[in-house]
Design a protein around this ligand. Structure first.
Ligand code: SF4
Length: 489
């Protein structure tokens, strides 16, 4: 059950260095990020800024690039783990026994989208405090409570905050160097160091399969332009030549987005950027696309998910197949690459529908714009998913599986699940071998036709489209983790 915390004052929040709640000087708090798509995590940097301002000695560990450090954990009075996505939560569940072993005196907290959804499982693994939404003030309260009560786990509630909070300049000083994270890959194969910035949190939409919705319930919060620009400045100083906006949807607040990119381009005219924008927003705000291009937007990621209008209706995506085709035209006219993402396999997928998805990518010459892993992704149904409210959906899934952190499902046609497993296995190997996207697509094309007993028509070069700029990290938030990721810590 989620609870709302009592609202804090937006400004003037007193923190653990206030006169009324004095704190000892060396309270060691370790922030852990299990995984965030190869990005240097804003969530850790923002939490770090709040906790340092409150007088805590903060250290960060990013398990995407670092191992659990026995020395840091042994001296930690508290450990807070950021769970922004499914893969991160699966890794955290695997890592928690080791964290508890290495940090025997530390109280544990979890924060981020997936923390409230998995509160019961996290508690069973020794996590006391669970924070969702705008959680920085609660992290400070928690640190305060631990400091002043010397080990008493004051917070045992699950707290989800939606109210506006103050955003501080994120403190990235304790995170691994930017150049070790995912970088921009240009069509000619050259690369650029990328910075990672959030200009909003949450989302004003309520797509049924989306993990943002159970926590933010159609709300989003804006990071002030000057804070965003300060964060960009520190990452450009650290070597970034491209900025990847991590907002769930950059056009939830289009005026805010324009303010940010105008200022970005004015100060750093050579710096490029990318963002995620939904199909509906690309159409509704098509007039803004030329300005994005002029300000050096290289590509836009759009969660299209399906080209089947029935499925798009089940997911409440608020766009149709025709809208997707329209958005492709608009983006081409504006000169910005579109990178569509997909939930290719779900209980409604048929072999014919899967082939139709592949054909639409060929028709639209988008083959090279889609990371192949996208064509193997299975629908995730986490605890609290709004899909569970869709009439009849309960009949398609099994009971909640604590190991998977979700509701398992099988396609009614066993051939579909077999095809998904075959494609996923192949794509994993192809990613490791760094196989070109068009080559991987051609193999998937043949597998999908073979599953239907059809000969696969030859693909010519034009149908495969052209290479587009993209990030070097091919993984996606709705993919299941690999065994290697689960043991990464
Ligand atoms: S899928 Fe995208 S647009 Fe829909 S609720 Fe989630 S973040 Fe918002």
């Amino acid at each position: 059950m989620l609870e709302q915390s009592p609202p804090h004052a937006e400004q003037g929040y007193s923190g653990c260095d206030s006169a009324s709640t004095p704190v000892a000087p060396r309270f060691h708090l370790l922030l852990i990020n299990p995984y965030e798509l190869g990005r240097q995590p804003f969530a850790l940097a923002e939490a770090s800024a709040w906790l340092k301002r409150a007088g805590c000695a903060v250290h960060c560990l990013d398990l995407a690039l670092q191992k659990l450090d026995p020395e840091l954990l042994a001296t930690a009075d508290a450990v807070a783990i950021y769970l922004g996505m499914h893969t991160a939560t699966r890794i955290a569940m695997e890592a928690l026994p080791r964290i508890r072993q290495l940090a025997p005196k530390a109280q544990l907290a979890a924060f981020g989208l997936y923390a409230p959804m998995n509160a019961d499982l996290l508690r069973a693994s020794g996590v006391g405090a669970i924070f969702g939404g705008e959680s920085e003030p609660d992290l400070v309260d928690w640190a305060n409570a631990l400091r002043t009560n010397q080990g008493v786990p004051l917070h045992q509630a699950t707290i989800v905050r939606h109210d506006k909070i103050e955003f501080l300049p994120p403190d990235r000083s304790d995170l691994p160097q930017l150049e070790r994270y995912a970088h921009l890959v240009l069509p000619d194969g050259s690369t650029r160091v990328a910075g990672f910035v959030d200009s909003t949190r949450g989302c004003k939409h309520v797509c049924r399969h989306c993990p943002v919705v159970p926590v933010y319930e159609g709300k989003f919060r804006v990071v002030p332009v000057e804070v965003v620009l300060g964060d960009i400045a520190q990452q450009i100083a650290a070597g970034a030549r491209h900025i990847s906006f991590g907002d769930h949807d950059f056009f939830n607040g289009p005026t805010h987005a324009l303010h940010v990119v105008r200022a970005l381009h004015e100060r750093w005219p050579e710096v490029t950027y990318d963002a995620t924008i939904k199909i509906q927003h690309l159409i509704d705000h098509a007039a803004l696309l030329p300005e994005l291009r002029r300000s050096n937007c290289l590509f836009i990621i759009a969660a299209v998910e399906s080209v089947d209008d029935h499925v798009l209706g089940y997911l409440a995506k608020n766009h149709t197949r025709a809208d997707f085709y329209r958005a492709v035209e608009l983006m081409r006219a504006a000169g910005i690459a579109l990178a569509p993402t997909w939930v290719a396999f779900h209980p409604w997928t048929t072999l014919e529908a899967y082939l139709d998805l592949l054909k639409s990518l060929v028709d639209l010459q988008l083959v090279q714009a889609v990371p192949p892993i996208q064509l193997s992704i299975r629908l995730l149904v986490p605890a609290g998913s709004k899909l569970l409210e869709l009439p009849g959906f309960g009949d398609l899934i099994g009971p909640f599986d604590a190991k998977l952190l979700g509701y398992p499902w099988r396609n009614p046609d066993a051939r579909v699940d077999a095809l998904q497993a075959e494609i996923q296995h192949y794509v994993m190997q192809a990613e490791q071998a760094n196989a070109p996207r068009q080559e991987v697509f051609a193999a998937i094309w043949r597998m999908a036709h073979a599953a239907l007993g059809l000969p696969a028509p030859a693909l010519d070069g034009r149908e495969l489209g052209t290479a587009v700029p993209h990030m070097s990290e091919p993984w996606y938030c709705c993919a299941e983790p690999t065994e290697a990721q689960l043991q990464s810590f």
